[in-house]
Design a protein around this ligand. Sequence first.
Ligand code: C5P
Length: 244
Amino acid sequence: MTEKNPKDKLIVALDVDQAARALELFNSLRDYVGIFKIGMQLFTAAGPDMVRQIVSRGGRVFLDLKFHDIPNTVAAAGVEATRLGVSIFNIHTSGGGEMMKRTADAVAETAAREGLTKPAVIGVTLLTSVDQETLRQIGIDDEPPSVVKRLAMLAQTSGLDGVVASAHEIKIIREAVPRSGFVIVTPGMRSATDVSDDQRRVMTVGQAISAGADYVVVGRPILNSESPAKAARGFLQEIKDAVS
Ligand code: C5P
């Protein structure tokens, strides 16, 4: 599901705590943004109805709940995400091959059986806030790029449609997983003038698209802007410039 239209490459993270605010943002951004990301904050506050509300208004949703549990539980959650009508949802690759494979299979079977559109199931490799020191803290004596490479290859052999990764790892992933259509979603995006918040491995949207990202996720630089619509238009322009 590689997107051709620049707008469809821009994902905005609806990281807010109220359904009303999320819908306000959806309405003001939908001309510039292809996909709306509902993550754990908004989902915990507003529930699956938030997804239904956006989907029923013709919006596309990336459900970013980063499932990580035993294979049976993650596969079952994936089935429910499919029934909600999301376009993309994600699971942690560090949950292992069986967890990913069972989920990918259950989603494909459910979509076929129930006549639903199959969402893209993508794997989180390393969070963009994770660096070498974080890896060391959790007992992984390896560097982020090689961990990401291993996890991306495992995602591909386990039947996932793509991965979430830092834009800095796009090249490594494309080399390790040459399959065409393997989706790379990159969060931690900034425009050239932004501060980095707690995202340690950031890149600009234009750089990420030029490096081969299929989708870029932008949260705070749009949400915290005085005019989110104006900010989103700016990011869309950066994407257009990068693809042309
Ligand atoms: O505000 P900011 O642009 O940093 O938001 C990035 C969004 O992408 C957040 O919603 C965050 O949860 C999400 N995300 C991430 N790193 C990942 C996967 C998702 O930052 N690996």
